[in-house]
Design a binder for this molecule. Structure first.
Ligand SMILES: [Zn+2]
Length: 308
């Protein structure tokens, strides 16, 4: 990408919606649009929607006088980035979909397929809260919990495309039942959904994670307890992550990170208290918001051009 008008078609496909756009070589998001994933229609329909949206974005780029030079697509689940295959994603109905080649063929451009959290991590590491650090751990705390270990701007995917599943380390043996079938996984104990469940069990009444956070900040003792227990579980999880990966900075994203200092301050204290020989990382809030996955998809698309 040497010409200033070159752009990447970028899509971040989630369970309910797709965040899509045109990303410049600089990493700037030049144009943004959102579409429903319509996952209920099944995996094949979702793939067709992805192809149509990608083609329309390439058309939009040309209509604006720009040159689409590649496409990047980020999807959830298990992703084989090397072969460009969406191996498995329950919430969008993917099973061994050769999505990279399908996008490349439809657009007539080089394409990259990435994992949504790893793509978000790449964007935060290169352009966001991790910029300037070589070793970044991005942790997304939303409905679930997942992480991306990014070194020199590249995320490690693992041998089978499922590295970084920090949400499924067991921090409370025998604890809350997780969607994966195990008990006491970090995600079951401390995700936004886990926090809401914990509060409901303690209070006997439902509240969303954001409501629990607000109530805890306002001094509600039951919400304070639920919040503290979730933060403790997160600190256990981050201590394990620090021991394994030794990042310089841990970037926290996802819905729960919107609590800001209410989360960061006690989490940093809890992490510090658990570390013995390990060096303490900087703990910072993500900077790119929910555009991170789309920007990351664009960066992966740019990498595909440069590698070609
Ligand atoms: Zn689990």
């Amino acid at each position: 990408m040497t010409r200033p008008d070159d752009v990447i078609v970028a899509l971040d496909v989630g369970g309910t919606g797709m965040k899509c756009g045109l990303v410049a070589a600089s990493g700037e998001l030049l144009h943004e649009e959102r579409h429903p994933t319509n996952a209920a229609a099944g995996g094949e329909a979702v793939v067709e929607t992805i192809l149509e949206v990608a083609a329309a974005l390439a058309g939009k780029a040309r209509a604006d006088g720009r040159t689409p030079v590649a496409a990047g697509v980020a999807v959830p689940g298990v992703v084989d980035e090397e072969r460009g295959i969406a191996v498995w994603a329950a919430n969008v109905g993917f099973r061994d979909v050769p999505l990279r080649d399908l996008v490349s063929q439809r657009l007539g451009l080089p394409a990259a397929l990435g994992h949504d959290v790893r793509a978000g991590g790449v964007a935060e590491a290169r352009l966001g809260a991790g910029a300037g650090h070589r070793h970044v751990l991005f942790v997304a705390i939303g409905t679930g919990i997942a992480a991306a270990h990014v070194v020199d701007g590249r995320a490690f995917a693992g041998a089978h495309g499922s590295a970084g599943e920090l949400g499924h380390i067991v921090v409370r043996p025998g604890g809350a039942l997780c969607g994966c079938g195990a008990r006491g996984c970090l995600e079951a104990e401390a995700s936004a959904a886990g926090l809401a469940r914990r509060y409901a069990a303690l209070a006997g009444a439902p509240r969303s994670a954001a409501e629990v956070a607000a109530a805890a900040a306002a001094g509600d003792p039951v919400a304070e307890r639920a919040w503290r227990e979730a933060v403790d579980a997160l600190a256990d999880g981050l201590a394990i992550a620090q021991t394994l990966f030794d990042p310089a900075v841990v970037v926290l994203g996802g819905g729960l990170a919107e609590a800001g200092e209410q989360l960061l301050a006690p989490l940093a204290d809890g992490l510090r208290a658990r570390l013995t020989f390990q060096r303490e990382p900087a703990l910072v809030r993500a900077a790119l918001g929910d555009a991170a996955g789309c920007l990351g998809a664009g960066l992966l698309g740019r990498d595909a051009v440069e590698a070609a």
